[in-house]
Design a protein around this ligand. Structure first.
Ligand SMILES: [Zn+2]
Length: 71
């Protein structure tokens, strides 16, 4: 019985270590800054902002916001 439990445990650990989904950020196309989705500035930004992957925002030359500090 103990063996089954430890096998289950290993299975859970393996599934947890799978690659996580790409991080999404709110990218301001006007200022070139990107924010975490929970940043107050991201919430205020409704006109020029698009929700994209962080790597995409960096490719576009985006800079991390100084308030939320997404790196
Ligand atoms: Zn921000």
């Amino acid at each position: 019985m103990k063996k089954i439990i430890s096998l289950l445990f290993i299975g859970i650990m393996l599934s947890l270590s799978l690659p996580v989904q790409a991080e999404l950020v709110m990218y301001n196309t006007k200022t070139g800054k990107y924010h975490s989705l929970t940043c107050p500035w991201a919430k205020k930004c409704t006109v020029n902002c698009i929700k994209i992957e962080k790597s995409e925002a960096i490719k576009k030359g985006g800079q991390p916001c100084k308030v939320c500090g997404v790196k």
